[in-house]
Design a protein around this ligand. Structure first.
Ligand SMILES: Cc1cc2nc3c(=O)[nH]c(=O)nc-3n(C[C@H](O)[C@H](O)[C@H](O)COP(=O)(O)O)c2cc1C
Length: 331
């Protein structure tokens, strides 16, 4: 097994889970880790929110043993708040602290944080330096290719990150204005890799083991990060690991196995957030697991009404029955 070293944190060179606010919560991260993700990043938390003692923001920072190695992610554009937030974040003992410089959401960029920092390179450097000076763990940054197609500056920004003391840089190969549409530009990731000597994490459009290997080979990156490709497929991390190690990988789980994996994922959500909030939040991930199953459209609609774990059990039974009935019909 090869490793990448991020400021002294040793990470297996397979696939990491990308930060995804409202998606990659603790349950999602634990599932990803159980299936072989080598590293996970938490949901972004506001530096200002943390400094003003917002409880819900602070909850985003907690790290459990099953998630390590794990980074918590902060967003902000005022060095003083960034410094304060790093001090608060360190109470949760993350392995790494990541600074979000890629988020395109209006509510984040309008305040000058997230990908807006790529338009203010000097301030970006100040933010990273403030975090590095306050932190006792490695600080990394996550950037995009640039603000728009006319201002691709990932290389410049990555160099500033390195000069400001960042231990690694993750590059999502899209611009801010692309949001999540179009194709991620892996050439930008490659260019960043060739320009800095800190580890580079490649990200964008990796959804299969083959694409993961291609990302490693094409960009020369030190680590690959997978986001949307893992929706309802935590086993993708295992398949990637197998493929990188042996050149082949096990097939997707059967429908029945997938339902068991979905059950575990939803139980983890409920453990973490309680049944009332948890079941509401579980509706979306539940529907992802049904992809490709017989009657998926109908069962997805039923997912949108889930409110209790008992209902979930009944739904799982119904889905299983339908898979079985159809198998017999096929005979
Ligand atoms: C629902 C959603 C939430 C996201 N939240 C964050 C976030 O909190 N911080 C961050 O740096 N990136 C965030 N991202 C971006 C992802 O980390 C990743 O860069 C992007 O999805 C591209 O990778 P992919 O093609 O593998 O999905 C988010 C993406 C999605 C789809």
């Amino acid at each position: 097994m090869e490793y990448t070293n991020i400021g002294g944190v040793k990470i297996e060179k397979t696939a990491a889970l990308a930060p995804m606010a409202s998606v990659a919560d603790r349950a999602y991260r634990i599932m990803a880790k159980e299936y072989g993700a080598c590293y996970v990043v938490g949901e972004m938390a506001s530096c200002k929110g943390l400094c003003y003692n917002d409880r819900k923001t602070a909850e985003l920072l907690s790290v459990t043993p099953g998630e390590r190695p794990m980074a918590v992610q902060l967003f902000g554009n005022e060095p003083e708040f960034v410094k304060g937030a790093v001090e608060i974040a360190e109470r949760f003992q993350p392995d790494i602290i990541d600074i979000n410089s890629g988020c395109p959401m209006p509510k984040i960029v309008s305040g000058g944080a997230g990908s807006a920092l790529m338009k203010t390179p000097e301030l970006f450097g100040d933010v990273v330096r403030a975090a590095v000076e306050a932190a006792h763990v490695p600080v990394t940054v996550k950037i995009r290719a640039g603000w728009d197609e006319n201002s691709i500056n990932a290389v410049e920004i990555a160099k500033i990150a390195e000069q400001s003391g960042a231990a690694a840089v993750a590059v999502h190969g899209r611009t801010k204005t692309q949001l999540y549409a179009g194709k991620a530009d892996w050439d930008v990731i490659r260019a960043v890799k060739q320009s800095v000597s800190i580890p580079v994490i490649g990200n964008g459009d990796v959804s299969t083991p083959e694409l993961c290997r291609e990302m490693y080979e094409y960009t020369g990156c030190d680590l690959v990060m997978v986001g949307r490709g893992s929706y309802g497929r935590p086993w993708l991390f295992r398949q990637i690991r197998e493929y990188l190690e042996t050149g082949s990988y096990s097939p997707d789980p059967t429908a029945e196995e997938k339902l068991g994996i979905m059950r575990r994922h939803i139980r983890l959500i409920v453990e973490d957030k309680g049944e009332r909030v948890g079941m509401k939040e579980a509706r979306r991930p539940a529907s992802w697991y049904l992809k490709g199953m017989k009657g998926a459209a109908k069962f997805r609609d039923m997912c949108s009404e889930l409110t209790t774990l008992d209902q979930l059990e009944r739904l799982i039974e119904k889905i299983k029955e339908q898979q079985g009935e159809h198998e017999n019909e096929d005979l």
